[in-house]
Design a protein around this ligand. Structure first.
Ligand SMILES: [Zn+2]
Length: 281
């Protein structure tokens, strides 16, 4: 096992470029499980669970709330749960510590905005499905997303009986219609200019890394993930000096035979593995 850790560290150390891919498993290692009806969900979203009958944060994101006051109560509460009431986790601190001096880029489907919170620069980050702190027009009438921190904090702090005050609810500055949090929950999700810029930055990073020592560091990405895992495995296969490092738990840890010789898999709790790596660094 120690041998594996040392291999990971030396690959990171030698790398000319590192692409970090993160999904649900990374959040779970921080104690956030958006798909689970776990104790944290019951403790923090118990009122919503009881009132509407949904059993996870993700179900809440897709739930057709009867009124806008209730909808914004949920989304601002989610924002509070992800960011306001939370310090930067040791998981994210360790991850940052591991790569901060390297040439890296992050691609993630996580919506909790924890990479930005942990100090990862925006220009080296592509949040495929948006995040919980930005807003867009629900009709996607125009191509812009807005920082929502101020309004979401205010809404989170002004809830009564599961509702927020109607007059605090944001309206689209262009059409005056409803807004929504910029996460990929329906067909209106905006892939606006800032989304395109991040996507392009990701593609450019891959292009520039061509032929160099590339590390694909994958954190808690499910075995059948097509958005992050499939491109990572392809890159590993096609880039001559690429190394695929995957951290995951049990059956979620998956390395196909064709790239096995270029891969290192570590089966375990991501929080503990990152801690161990930073200690050995
Ligand atoms: Zn609009």
């Amino acid at each position: 096992m120690k041998e594996n850790y040392r291999n990971v560290l030396s690959k990171i150390e030698e790398a000319d470029a590192i692409i970090i891919g993160a999904s649900n498993g990374l959040s779970i290692s921080e104690g956030i499980h958006i798909f689970a009806d776990d104790s944290s969900f019951r403790e923090n979203f118990g009122d919503f669970r009881e009132k509407y009958g949904f059993h996870s944060i993700i179900q809440g994101c897709f739930f057709p709330f009867p009124t806008v006051e209730e909808k914004w109560a949920f989304f601002s509460h989610m924002y509070e749960y992800f960011l306001l009431n939370r310090e930067i986790s040791p998981v994210m601190k360790n991850l940052y510590e591991l790569v901060k001096d390297k040439n890296f880029f992050v691609v993630t489907s996580n919506i909790d905005a924890h990479f930005i919170q942990a100090g990862f620069p925006k220009e080296r980050l592509f949040e495929i499905e948006g995040n919980c702190r930005n807003l867009q027009c629900s009709h996607s009438c125009h191509d812009q997303i807005y920082p929502g921190d101020e309004i979401l904090s205010k809404l989170a702090q002004n809830q009564e009986n599961g509702k927020v005050p109607l007059d605090l609810i944001p309206k689209c500055p262009e059409c005056g219609g409803p807004m929504q949090v910029h996460i990929d929950v329906n067909q209106n999700f905006l892939r606006d200019q800032s989304w395109q810029t991040s996507y392009q930055a990701y593609q450019d990073f891959i292009k520039k890394a061509h032929g160099n020592k590339l590390v694909l560091l994958e954190l808690g990405v499910g075995a059948s993930n097509q958005m992050i895992k499939a491109p990572f495995m392809n890159l590993t296969n096609h880039e001559e000096i690429a190394t695929y490092i995957t951290l995951n738990k049990g059956s979620e840890l998956y390395i196909p035979d064709v790239i096995a010789a270029k891969s290192i898999g570590i089966d375990g709790n991501i929080a503990e593995v990152l801690q161990q790596l930073v200690q050995m660094k």
